[in-house]
Design a protein around this ligand. Sequence first.
Ligand code: DGI
Ligand code: FE
Ligand code: FE
Ligand code: FE
Length: 187
Amino acid sequence: MDLEFLKQATKKELPRSRWEHTLRVAETAIGLAKREGVDPCKTEIAAILHDYCKSWSEQDLVHWIKQKHLPQEFLEYNKELWHAPAGAAVACEKFGIRDEMILNAIRYHTTGRPAMSKLEKIIFLADYIEPGRRFPEVGEVRRIAEKHLDLAVLKALDNTIIFLVNRSQKIYPLTLDARNDLLDRVT
Ligand code: DGI
Ligand code: FE
Ligand code: FE
Ligand code: FE
């Protein structure tokens, strides 16, 4: 699949601010990929497509989750999660991407999961620390990310879980599983 084509298609699909976020995620992710010995071409494709479904209506996302037999339990959790599995399905069906490394990086970029690949961690982390992110906790995660991929992903998961708890929101079990798994790996 031609990268320029993917870029133009995604740019058309997203509002300007979300497209600019996508470009910053790609740049951040490629930097991490080079350091971590991960294929920068795969990284760029995953980054460009990661939020492809972000501006879809709730109705369209529910339709895809049902139609494409994505995990139905998503529907019981935060709507913010839905664009990630939908994005992986679109990458496969609309753009013909069959590389499971890329599809999983898109699929798990919001929730995380246990035993994430390096590419999955890179997309998850780049999404969290790209230079447009302004929340107070991001600086610490950026600093950790300069040296330690796992510790930075762990900190981002901690922060997201705390954020959700403080807002009395549900936490998708895979996010808790991802944190538990990383804790075991880093200690
Ligand atoms: O799509 P983006 O805004 O670039 O970022 P994202 O795909 O990482 O979405 C993150 C949002 O999802 C963030 O505001 C927290 C929210 N969220 C809701 N429930 C959960 C969750 N994030 C995780 N990791 N786990 C949840 O259960
Ligand atoms: Fe996202
Ligand atoms: Fe994220
Ligand atoms: Fe994103």
